[in-house]
Design a protein around this ligand. Structure first.
Ligand code: 13P
Ligand code: SF4
Length: 350
């Protein structure tokens, strides 16, 4: 007979996260984009605000963040940048956990986002009450959560990690003989477990974008492009990771395109990353790893629908209206900041 907790966990696995349709923004021509960007730049200046964007957002947003003195980066650097900036207002273009992390670290600053509905399948698939029950049932484990979680989940964790620092943090815990409870991405957890050999209990979450990569179609594509280097984000399933030449965070994959002498790459991660890769290595050939495969349905098509909720249009709107502010209960914030600071302090020693 299953325990009540096991029954709830089984139910969680049976109810996949509802993926919203990709938002359809009206096409803008170049003069319209230039006008919008200029207006946003002015608003940012007037409000002493800075843009913090993720590599998976639209290229226009990434360009604007860079041009206006903000930052475009992976989730670790987004967290760091927000804390180091003098701006009073942080405008986070990405998904909700990124805005929440910025607020947790910077309670004195206002944090707004173009659309607060921009969530993440990993965050959605890890409800805080069930997660707490899961942790309470395994008190002998050190709780490590991925950044892609709610503030309430982080509040129950010992450590928070991003994909760029997950391996060294878990290795550090392994060196102390610790057992790890890992949530929510089972694929990243499995990858870390395989490389570190640590005993890990995995929450059954996944990313709807990376879950869609198809291994048979990828091996076929590799045969067509024998000279291509395969780059894979570790949120991908094991059968995709096993075909990779480089596995790493968004920053690591961008660095590989820029620094490796190779001219052709097959890339298994969100297609938003191509903007930065093209910018840094304009002559290199970038091929998207196959998602749908033959006869398969494609929910994400290698673009996160939640990242797609950020646009120039709603960015301008939120700056004008001051709506969509991230607010976090102070009690939760004080608990959630502990595992994030632990990660940042650890990162600073490396
Ligand atoms: P990175 O930390 O590698 O940027 O990943 C964030 C993310 O959500 C990937 O899906
Ligand atoms: Fe979450 Fe996946 Fe979107 Fe990243 S790409 S924000 S992990 S759903």
């Amino acid at each position: 007979m299953n325990t009540p907790l096991e029954q709830k966990m089984a139910q969680l696995k049976q109810h996949p996260v509802v993926v919203p349709p990709h938002p359809a923004w009206p096409e803008l021509n170049n003069p319209q984009k230039a006008k919008l960007k200029e207006e946003i730049r002015q608003l940012l200046q007037d409000k002493n605000a800075v843009l913090v964007a993720h590599y998976y957002t639209d290229g226009d947003l990434q360009a604007l963040a860079e041009e206006s003195g903000g930052c475009v980066s992976d989730s670790l650097e987004m967290a760091r940048f927000g804390s180091q900036s003098d701006a009073e207002l942080l405008v986070v273009c990405g998904v909700r956990f990124m805005g929440e992390t910025a607020k947790i670290l910077n309670p004195e600053k206002r944090v707004i986002m173009p659309d607060l509905k921009a969530t993440c399948s990993l965050d959605e698939g890890c409800p805080a009450d069930l997660f707490r029950e899961f942790c309470d049932a395994h008190p002998e484990h050190t709780v490590v959560v991925y950044a892609n979680t709610s503030a309430a989940v982080k509040a129950r964790a010992d450590w928070m990690v991003t994909s760029s620092i997950a391996l060294p943090v878990v290795q550090h815990l392994a060196d102390q003989g610790k057992k790890v409870l890992w949530a929510p991405d089972k694929h990243l957890g499995h990858y870390v477990q395989k490389l570190t050999g640590v005993e890990m209990l995995l929450w059954p979450g996944s990313c709807v974008v990376h879950e869609e990569f198809k291994s048979v179609a990828l091996s076929r594509l590799r045969k067509l492009h024998k000279d291509a280097t395969i780059l894979v984000h570790p949120e991908s399933p094991d059968e995709i990771i096993r075909q990779a030449d480089v596995v790493g965070s968004t920053t690591a994959l961008i660095k590989a395109v820029k620094d490796l002498p190779n001219q052709k790459f097959i890339i298994a991660t969100d297609e938003g990353i191509f903007w930065k890769m093209h910018q840094l290595a304009p002559d290199k050939k970038l091929i998207a790893a196959p998602t749908a495969g033959e006869g398969a349905s494609c929910e994400s098509c290698a673009h996160c629908p939640w990242m797609g909720m950020n646009s120039l249009q709603n960015l301008k709107q939120v700056l004008e209206t001051n709506k969509h502010e991230i607010l976090i209960d102070e009690n939760i914030r004080q608990q959630a900041v502990v595992p994030i600071r632990r990660m940042l302090d650890f990162a600073a020693t490396r």
